[in-house]
Structure formats: C-alpha cells, structure tokens
Design a protein around this ligand. Structure first.
Ligand SMILES: Cc1ncc(C[n+]2csc(CCOP(=O)(O)OP(=O)(O)O)c2C)c(N)n1
Length: 285
C-alpha cells in the first residue's frame, strides 16, 4: 500500500516535470516566433502557457490527425490576443507543421495576430474581439446536450475581458441551461492592456460573482501543474452546473523583467533583452 502510493507520487512528479520542461520550450518558441514577425503580445501569451500545456497534453480529448472528430472536446481561446501560445501548443501537438510559426503574421501564412477558425487546424472559434468566446462556448455546449454527445467545451477568458457585459449574459445562460459540459477558465493575471484591473473596473469579488450567477468554482495557481491537472480531472465540479476555474497567473510569467509589467502586453524585446529572456528560460526555475 505504502509502495503503491509512493509510486503514484513519483509518477505525478515525473509528469509535472515533463510538463514544466514542455512549458519552457513553448515559451522559447513563442519568443522566437514573435521576434521573426515583429508582432507581439508576449505577456498575455506567457500568462497562459501552463494552462494550455495542461489542457492540450493531459486534459482535452482531441485527435490532431482528425481535428474535426465529432466527439472531440472543444477549446476556445476567448482572449484571442494570447494566440502565440496557442499556435505553439498546436504545432507541438501536431495540428500543423512547425514551419508555419515562421510565417506568423505574414500574408503567406495561416497564423494571424488573432486565431481564425477556417484557416487553422485545431482552432474552434475565431476570436480577438473580446467578450464573445463564452457565448460561442454556450452554443457549442448546448448543441452537445441536444445531440447527447459527451464532449466538453473549455473557454479561456482574460480577466479584463470579464468586464464585457456579454460575458455575463453568457454566464447566465450557461447556468439556466444547466451546461455542466461547459468549463470556463479565467486567466486572472490582474492586468489588462493599459493598467491594473482593480484600477480600471475591479472584478472583485470574482468567485462570489460567478457563484451567484450559478457556476461551480475552483481557484488555483495557474502556473502550477500540481494544481491545474487535478482540477481539470474534477470537471464538472457539480452535476447540472457549468464549472469555472479561476486561475491566478502572472502576466509575462517566466521572464523576470516581463513579469507583472504592463509594457510587455505589446512590447517586443530588443537584442539585449531577447538574450536575457532566452537565458532565463534555460534556467531550472
Ligand atoms: C472588444 C474588444 N475591445 C478591446 C480590445 C483591445 N484589447 C486587446 S487585449 C486587451 C486587454 C485584455 O485584457 P485581459 O482580458 O486582462 O487579457 P490579458 O491582456 O491579461 O491577456 C484589449 C482591451 C479587443 N481586442 N476587443
């Protein structure tokens, strides 16, 4: 008995370490990709690397060889400006060749500054105009219920994005329709494009707001695989209710001078900063 529980702990440790290594690789590839194109949004992408890594490598039921498989789980990146992270994760999973990353934001490529559903294998919804992903997710989840399918719909939202009224309309309908096949994740990094959420329109108390809208909630550290993976395993948190994961994150996570600095919402590093960032991403942190 003791041996079997220590074997399980070791297995979890090994998996978490593998995913940490994967996340580090993904951050490096994001940086190299945006440097080639001159298009940025590094901070918003770095904030969601662990969430996407956990979803795509351990959470979602998907088949990269059959991206339109009817039974697949659906994932919507509602904060479409964080797409650099999604693109790298999709290539790592084999949805399209890695060389596409070299054409990010170029007219000869498929990867635009915001994700487009009809161009990119694995992208379920075109996003970028904030506030729409959850409504699209409600529609997909509703169809799943009507058609008696077992797929789940995951929607990743920005915290600033939650200031949009349409998010709350979608949240109300999801509860009304008892969509326990819908899981929203809020990337709660406390910063939006031009400042701190609390100084612009605070979301507090975030958990209580969603809960009063009829959702079942769990709160986690959105960079810790030891918390993300077990939480994903628990969905739906309650039968008959949509689930919300409030993921506490850091904008620009992984590079010290980018972390929590609003300027890295848009900025591209100069050569000295690039070198430092890549060096830091090599370190075991
Ligand atoms: C409807 C709409 N309004 C404004 C924008 C411009 N915009 C792009 S990113 C962003 C900030 C979003 O903040 P948040 O949701 O907190 O995401 P984060 O930057 O932290 O990833 C804004 C306002 C947009 N894309 N869509």
């Amino acid at each position: 008995m003791v041996r079997s529980s220590s074997t399980i702990i070791l297995k979890h440790k090994k998996l978490n370490n593998e995913l940490k290594t994967k996340a580090k690789e993904i951050r490096k590839k994001i940086l190299n990709m945006v440097m080639k194109s001159g298009g940025a949004h590094i901070g918003p992408a770095y904030s969601i690397v662990e969430i996407l890594t956990a979803l795509y490598f351990k959470g979602l039921r998907i088949d990269p060889n059959n991206p339109n498989w009817e039974e697949r789980d659906r994932f919507i990146l509602s904060k479409g400006h964080g797409c650099a992270a999604l693109y790298v994760v999709l290539t790592e999973k084999g949805f399209f060749p890695e060389k596409e990353l070299d054409k990010f934001c170029k007219k000869e490529g498929i990867l635009g500054g915001h994700p487009e559903r009809d161009k990119i294998p694995g992208v379920e919804a075109s996003t970028g105009s904030l506030g729409h992903g959850l409504s699209i997710g409600v529609g997909m989840a509703l169809v799943g219920k009507f058609d008696q399918k077992n797929y789940r719909v995951f929607v990743l939202l920005g915290d600033g994005e939650c200031q949009e009224g349409s998010v709350w309309e979608a949240a109300m309908s999801a509860a009304q329709f008892r969509l326990d096949n819908l899981i929203a994740i809020v990337d709660y990094n406390k910063l939006q494009a031009i400042g701190a959420i609390d100084e612009i329109i605070s979301l507090k108390p975030l958990k209580e707001k969603w809960s009063s809208f009829g959702w079942s909630i769990k709160e986690i550290d959105g960079h810790n695989f030891g918390e993300i993976l077990p939480t994903l395993k628990l969905v739906p948190f309650e039968k008959g209710k949509p689930s919300l994961i409030v993921a506490h994150t850091v904008k620009g996570k992984g590079v010290s001078f980018m972390e929590n600095k609003i300027i890295w919402h848009f900025r591209l590093p100069n050569q000295t900063e690039l070198k430092q960032a890549l060096e830091e991403l090599e370190l075991d942190k």
